[in-house]
Design a protein around this ligand. Structure first.
Ligand SMILES: C[S@@+](CC[C@H](N)C(=O)[O-])C[C@H]1O[C@@H](n2cnc3c(N)ncnc32)[C@H](O)[C@@H]1O
Length: 241
C-alpha cells in the first residue's frame, strides 16, 4: 500500500481508527439499510461520464469503491484514499470478497494533501466523509482546493452525504432519530461515546444543500446539482469543475 508523506493526526483520525469493526453495522441500522442504495446511486453518477480515472476520498471500508468498480468500464482506473489504516485493511478484505480487488488500488493519505498531479482524475467521489472533512474542520478549504486541483476541467466531484430535510417537521424527526436512536445504538455496539456523539452533533448541525452548494461554488466549481434522498435526510451533490 502506498503512503503519503505526512498524515495529520486529529481527534477525528482517532475516531476513524477506533471504530472500523462496527462501522458498517451501525451505518446499516442507522440508515435502515438505505445507505447501500444511496452509495449505488452515487456510483451511477460517478460512471455516467465514462471516466478513465476515479479517486474516492475517505473511502473507509470500501463500499462506494466496490459499487464503482462493478459499474465502471473494465479499463477505468480506480483509487481509494483514506487516512485510517484499519479502515483500509477492511476495505482490502471487502474488495477481495466482492471479486474486484484487481481493479482497485488503496492509498493511505490525507484529503487535504492529495498525492496526485494536477488534472489527473475525471471523477472524485466521496460517501459520508464530506461532512467530516468540511463541518468545523480546519482542513475544509485545503481539501476542496485539492479536489479542484486534481480534477480535469469538466471533471466532477460526486458527494453522497447526510443532509438537512427542507421540511421543518421531517428535519426535527430526523434530528431526534439521530440523538435518541443512532447515537445510543452506535455507543452500545462500539463502546465509543465520542465517535457517536460526534456523528449525531455533526449530522444535526450540518449544512443545508444550499450551503453545501455555496461552499462548492466558492471553492471554484462551475456548477452544482443536487438530488435529495429519503425526504432530504441524505442527498447527492454533483459539482462540475
Ligand atoms: C464516515 S466514514 C465514511 C467511509 C465510507 N466512505 C463510507 O461510505 O462508509 C469517513 C471516512 O473518512 C476518512 N477520513 C476522514 N478525514 C480524512 C482525511 N482528512 N483524509 C483522509 N481520510 C479521511 C475516515 O478515516 C473514514 O474512513
Amino acid at each position: 500500500m502506498a503512503k503519503s508523506a505526512t498524515i495529520s493526526k486529529s481527534p477525528l483520525h482517532n475516531i476513524f481508527t477506533a471504530i472500523p469493526s462496527h462501522y458498517d453495522l451501525v451505518n446499516f441500522i442507522g440508515t435502515l439499510g438505505m445507505d447501500k442504495r444511496w452509495r449505488r446511486l452515487a456510483a451511477e453518477a460517478c460512471v455516467e461520464t465514462k471516466p478513465l480515472r476515479v479517486l474516492e476520498i475517505g473511502c473507509g471500508t470500501g463500499d462506494l469503491t466496490i459499487n464503482i468498480a462493478r459499474l465502471a468500464d473494465k479499463g477505468t482506473e480506480l483509487i481509494g484514499l483514506d487516512y485510517s489504516r484499519p479502515m483500509l485493511d477492511k476495505a482490502r478484505e471487502k474488495v477481495k470478497k466482492a471479486g474486484v480487488d484487481g481493479r482497485v488500488k488503496f492509498i493511505e493519505g490525507d484529503a487535504s494533501k492529495l498525492p496526485f498531479p494536477d488534472a489527473s482524475f475525471d471523477v472524485t467521489a466521496i460517501s459520508f466523509a464530506f461532512r467530516n472533512l468540511t463541518y468545523k474542520n480546519p482542513i475544509c478549504k485545503a481539501h476542496l482546493s485539492e479536489v479542484v486541483r486534481v480534477l480535469k476541467p469538466g471533471g466532477r466531484y460526486v458527494i453522497v452525504e447526510s443532509s438537512q430535510p427542507e421540511n421543518g417537521f421531517i428535519r426535527a424527526i430526523n434530528h431526534l432519530y439521530m440523538w435518541v436512536f443512532v447515537m445510543p445504538m452506535g455507543v452500545i455496539l462500539s463502546g465509543n461515546v465520542s465517535a457517536y456523539k460526534y456523528l449525531a452533533k455533526s449530522t444535526t448541525d450540518f449544512y443545508s444543500p444550499k450551503e453545501v452548494r455555496e461552499l462548492l461554488m466558492s471553492a471554484g466549481f462551475k456548477d452544482v446539482r443536487y438530488r435529495p434522498l429519503f425526504f432530504g435526510a441524505a442527498g447527492i451533490h454533483v459539482a462540475i469543475k
